[in-house]
Write a protein that binds this ligand. Structure first.
Ligand code: ADE
Length: 321
């Protein structure tokens, strides 16, 4: 079985039902899927039967997978103690998030030895930023009934659906008082059924760590996705996640456009404090652009909540044929 007794590893972590024996995990080093804040991600397989505890549709299920394809984030061997601690914290954050269909859920981990692995759901279409950028030069989107999925085509309804699904996942995380802090298209994964999954909890703050604001790794912060108060005062909240969500919607409706292109990072505070915002992207209707700009209101209290974003996006999606 994958579950060992109560062993304490060299990292001081205890085993639990998430812990996988390293020989049960096959990692394909030539199939790199991406790079996260805390390490590179590779394709892999959990060998044999993997009993995976999940919450699905409100109830506890224990699904069993055989040789299940997974994504494995590995801490590089040269990582120092700080990065090691950050990575273990990322794993702990994911352990404390219960199953949600719009989160790239943790499936298992390997933490007892010198190599640390985070094993998560595999998303066949990879990250949303890359998926969108492949379509960047598309001038018109096909109507929903004429989308050729075999050619990887997407339509406006898909863009709305991604936005709505991410707002669903963020509603869940924000009600649990998690602050993601790195919400961006590069951290959204798209699976085979075009489900959007929120990933990369490397900068995520747990409810009990909110006050301390974590340890500011200023060099790793996503400046162009950050709210004005985060840039000025290093404050983070669900309302700063809402700001980032607006920038993420800009990426979606521009098909992978680069936010504030040409504006140096050092100019961003001045730019935003002067009231300037991103302009309406190519595929955003005025309704959609209104949602984005509401996310970028200077006063956090005036920005919508993820609940209201979810409701508004569901409404627009329902009217889109
Ligand atoms: N890139 C980063 N994480 C991934 C995942 N879980 N599935 C597919 N590609 C990824």
């Amino acid at each position: 079985d994958s579950v060992v007794g109560s062993v304490v590893g060299i990292n001081g972590t205890k085993t639990d039902h998430w812990e996988l024996k390293p020989d049960r995990l096959e990692i394909y080093r030539d199939e790199k899927l991406g790079t996260g804040a805390n390490g590179d991600v590779y394709k892999g397989t959990i060998l044999g039967m993997a009993p995976i505890a999940n919450f699905s549709k409100g109830s506890y299920v224990r699904r069993r997978f055989v040789d299940c394809t997974v994504a494995v984030k590995i801490l590089p061997a040269y990582a120092d103690a700080t990065r090691r601690a950050n990575f273990l914290e990322e794993i702990n954050v994911m352990k404390s998030i219960e199953y949600h269909p719009n989160v790239a859920n943790l499936l298992a981990c390997v933490t007892l030895g010198s190599t640390i692995c985070l094993v998560m759901e595999y998303a066949a279409f990879g990250d949303l930023a890359r998926l969108l950028r492949d379509k960047y030069n598309v001038q018109t989107l096909p109507p929903p009934d004429q989308v050729d999925r075999s050619k990887g085509e997407i339509c406006l309804k898909d863009l709305l659906s991604f936005s709505w699904q991410i707002s669903e996942g963020m509603t869940y995380l924000s009600t649990k008082k998690f602050v993601h802090r790195d919400l961006a298209a590069r951290n959204i994964l798209i699976d085979r059924s075009l489900n959007a999954l929120i990933a990369d909890f490397g900068l995520c703050l747990r409810p009990d760590r909110l006050k301390s604001g974590g340890d500011p790794k200023k060099d790793r912060l996503p400046i162009k996705w950050m709210a004005l108060e985060s840039l000025k005062k290093f404050e983070f909240s669900s309302k700063t996640d809402v700001w980032s969500f607006g920038v993420l919607m800009y990426e979606i409706f521009s098909l992978g456009g680069i936010p504030y292109e040409g504006i140096p990072l050092t100019e961003m505070v001045k730019h935003l404090a002067g009231g300037q915002r991103l302009s309406r992207p190519k595929f955003a209707s005025s309704d959609i652009y209104d949602i984005m700009t509401s996310c970028w209101r200077e006063s956090p209290e005036e920005r919508p909540t993820f609940e209201s974003l979810r409701e508004r996006l569901a409404e627009i999606l329902e009217h889109e044929t």
